[in-house]
Each structure stands twice: as C-alpha cells, then as structure tokens.
Write a protein that binds this ligand. Structure first.
Ligand code: ADP
Length: 479
C-alpha cells in the first residue's frame, strides 16, 4: 500500500497517520468545516474538506469519502473506530471500487454488528454465553416467563446496541414492560432498529476482552486480555493490560474462546472479543467489536506490537509473522481516557476553549492526542480529547507513572476526566485489583473529588503563606 485515506478525526486519525508515516505510506485526511485546523488535518500529506460539522454531513458520508479516495488514487481506507468502521455496506463499496478496506470483510461486520446474530453464529462452538433469551422479544408473555426463569434482576439489551445505549436493568416483573418500552425507543432512536432481548444481569462482573489478530490465510492468534471494568454509563474510562485477576489457565481458555469466535465469522484483521467474568471467574461471551478498539495501546505496550501496522500488513495480504507461542506479556500498561466531561457534574460533556493544554512527557508515558492549545472543543463529536497511557514493569509502577502523568497534564478552559483518573489510581479497591463494573456507582461521589480539591487548595495556600513568611524574613535582613 502506497497511499491510505483515514476516514476519521481526532486522536485516532493522528495515531493511524503516525504508523503510516513510519511505514512510508502517504496519508490523506478528510475533515469537516469544524476541524479545519485540527491536528489530523495538519499532519496528513493531503487533506480534503468533505462537509459541514455534523457527522451526518461529513464523516459519515461514505460515498463522498470514496469519491475523494478515487480522485486521489488511494489504495486503502482506514476507518478508525466509530463513524464508518462498522458499516458493512461501506466496507463492501470500498472493495467494489478496488480500494482495500483496512478491516474485516463485510460478512464479519454484519454478523458481529448485531448481538443476536453474533450469539447465533458462535452457538455452534463451545463458547459460554450469558443465560437469556437469544432472540428478539416479540411475545411479551413469553419474555416475562423467561425472565422469571432466569431470575430478576435481568437486563434488556438492544440487538443493534453499542456505546451502552438501549440497555435497561429490570428489577422485577412489574417494571418489565415500562423498561422494555424505554429500551426499544432508545434503540430505535440510536440505531434505527428497536429489537431488544433479555440477558441475565450479572451482579458484579468484570469486563474483560481479548484482542485477536487474523490474517487472510486462516491464521488467528490472540494478544491476551484488557481489563475494562472502570466504566460510567456502561462505557469504559480506565483500561489496563493484563488484568490483575486472570490466572494463566483462565487467560488461556478465554484466549482460545476468542480465537474460536473470530473463526466463526471468518474474521480478518484486528478485532476484540468481549466477555464478562463473574465473581467465581466464570466467563461469558458478550460481543465482538470488528475494528481497532479505543484501548488498543495497552495491548501494544505489553506485546511490543503496532496494531495499526498489523492491520495494514494483514489488509495487504501478508501472513502473520508470529505464532501464538511466540507471544508474551511484558510489563503492565494503564490507559485513562481523557474526556471533555465534568466529573463533578455527572460526567456531562464540557465544551469550550482550550486556554492551556500541555501534555505530560517522560519514560513510560504515551499520549494519543487529537487536539491543541487554543482550539475549541467541537460539540459535534465524541468528547474524547486524548488517551493517556502509562507503562511499568509491574502494575504498581504503571499506576505510579499514571499518577505523576495526570499531575503533569495541564488543561485549562474545560473540565476533563483527569481528576477522576487520579481518584481511581489512588483508590484502595483499584490498587488492590479487587473491583468490578460497579466501581463508579459503589465508590465514586463528586463530593470526594471536591474534598480532594479543597485539601489541595488548602495545601497550596499553606505553601504560599510559608513562602510569604520566608520572603518577609529575607527582606528584613540588613544588607
Ligand atoms: P455495548 O455494545 O452497548 O457497549 P455491551 O454488551 O458491550 O454493550 O456491554 C457494555 C457494558 O454493559 C459491559 O461492559 C457491562 O458493564 C454491562 N453489561 C452488559 N451485559 C451485562 C450483563 N448481562 N450483566 C451485567 N452487566 C452487563
């Protein structure tokens, strides 16, 4: 591949371009009018404005992007994550136009893009699944019966779901219908598909996912796990690799299951198989994400691989250059998603002007960033500004480097999840490794952060007072 177009924006577009440049591949950026001065536009060899700020008028315009790709003689399109990355039709159109879609084939995207179709596909294999009704609810009485059999609470989920949308916990039979209607309307709004189904609600699960890589020649390996249990609104904020609780035996079993899931849909490229792990360390298949995952850097750090490079090589037809037994975990990596959100105000989006934006640097620190000081954070897109990733020989070291890096990350003008990240890194449950997806609900209150701020303000005031008194003493010294 000599030239690729990156059909994305922000940190992921920048990250993909870094690897392309390293591989000597020319890059084409596309951008909306809101992103005219964005780093991904400046970094690309060529850049084309494809429309107005709302993504439906720019980053989601597959045909327009294909037109640009053809005009500029592009060999491949990397979709990043979000936007067109899980759009089977777009993947198909790329191939029809003789442009390589850097991702899986459209069949795998289609099957795994629907949670029910995915369950149906992996059924033939020996993959443990969350108990439930593995079909869309059409008959409410039957659904209620199944719910009673499984036992409340249960979870109603959208078949087309993603980003934690269309998901409702049902505590008892009385709320069943009202919660179901809410899930249906949320799913219809978000995905244009209101099919919902039932799953047992696992009370205190950990979200653990396995990274897989598959080439076009039938070779599939897994690159171990990522722990993603620190979530708000069923969405990840802190991730790490490896998990603090997996034994080599469970890791091996989950890895083997993930490889089978990939095989079940003839997967090609980098993909992620998500599982829930219950308190007794039983694991259950949740879904497969058929794209590069936001949290891929933690896997890159513990395996020494560049996943974007692997994606491009695989798309180009190369054979995987290693076997499962060649892969080893080295050290520990942490990631904090730096969202433009206010952790003091229920993680609501915080938009505005970035007056100060200075990134931390140092050994064991990587920042995948998509924004610059002086820019306005646009309201049109996902509010993630950057990812702060740290590495250490041990988990403790990775946490320690993260604490320092958060302190040296300077942002003024908007609120971010950085202080929340500090809270997580300092929490005894997180430090001990004993936590699950209820961490935020169980331990986090905005008041705790406020107290921390007040304490810091008091210390700062005390230091300033000491300094003042010292200065006074010096000033009084006779010359
Ligand atoms: P989405 O595709 O919307 O991200 P997922 O199926 O990947 O939905 O689930 C997202 C998160 O929701 C999980 O990481 C977990 O925290 C929670 N979750 C999903 N299914 C269950 C379940 N059956 N029991 C308990 N929590 C669940």
């Amino acid at each position: 591949m000599k030239k690729i177009l990156i059909a994305n924006r922000g940190e992921i577009a920048v990250r993909i371009m870094k690897t392309a440049k390293k591989m000597g591949i020319q890059t084409v950026a596309v951008f909306s009018t809101a992103d005219r001065n964005a780093p991904h536009v400046k970094m690309a060899d060529e850049a084309v404005c494809i429309g107005e700020a709302p993504s439906s008028q720019s980053y989601l315009l597959g045909d327009k992007i294909l037109e640009v790709a053809k005009q500029l003689g592009v060999d491949g399109i990397h979709p990043g994550y979000g936007f067109l990355s899980e759009n089977a039709q777009f993947a198909n159109k790329c191939e029809q136009n003789n442009i390589t879609f850097i991702g899986p084939n459209s069949h795998a995207i289609e099957v795994m893009g629907n949670k029910l179709a995915a369950k149906e596909t992996v059924k033939a294999y020996d993959i443990p699944m969350v108990p439930g009704l593995d079909e869309a609810i059409t008959d409410i009485d039957k659904a209620k019966q199944v719910a009673a059999q499984i036992g409340f609470p249960i979870l109603i989920k959208a078949a087309a779901g993603g980003g934690g949308k269309g998901m409702r916990i049902v505590e008892n039979e009385k709320e069943f219908e009202s919660q179901m209607q809410r899930a249906i309307s949320e799913a219809t709004n978000a995905f244009g598909d209101g099919s919902v189904f039932i799953e047992k609600y696992i009370g205190a699960p950990r979200h653990i996912e396995i990274q897989v890589l598959a080439d076009k020649h039938g070779n599939i390996v897994h690159l171990f796990e990522r722990e993603c249990s620190i979530q708000r609104r069923h969405q990840k904020v802190v991730e790490e690799a490896p998990s603090a609780v997996l034994t080599p035996e469970i890791r091996q079993k989950m890895g083997a299951a993930a490889v089978q899931v990939a095989a079940s849909c003839d997967y090609v490229g980098a993909g992620t198989v998500e599982f829930l792990l219950d308190e007794n360390k039983n694991f259950y298949f949740l879904e497969m994400n058929t794209r590069l995952q936001v949290e891929h850097p933690v896997t890159e750090w513990i395996t020494g691989l560049d996943l974007v490079e692997m994606q491009i090589r695989i798309a180009d037809g190369e054979v995987l250059p290693f076997k499962q037994e060649d892969l080893k975990i080295q050290g520990h990596a942490m990631e904090l998603r730096v969202y433009a959100e206010d952790p003091l105000n229920d993680f609501l989006p915080s938009v505005g002007h970035l007056d100060t934006y200075i990134l931390p640097v140092g050994e064991g620190i990587r920042v995948d960033n998509g924004i610059e000081q002086g820019m306005d954070v646009p309201i049109y897109y996902d509010p993630m500004l950057a990812k702060l990733i740290t590495y250490g020989k041990t988990r403790e070291e990775a946490i320690q480097v993260m604490r320092q890096a958060i302190q040296n990350y300077q942002v003024e003008g908007i609120s971010t999840t950085l202080p929340f990240g500090q809270f997580v890194m300092e929490h005894p449950a997180f430090k001990s490794g004993d936590f699950d997806t209820n961490f935020v609900k169980k331990y986090y209150h905005a008041e705790l952060l406020k107290e921390q701020y007040q304490e810091e303000a008091q210390i700062a005031a005390y230091v300033a007072l000491q300094q003042y008194l010292d200065d006074q003493k010096q000033l009084r010294l006779p010359n």
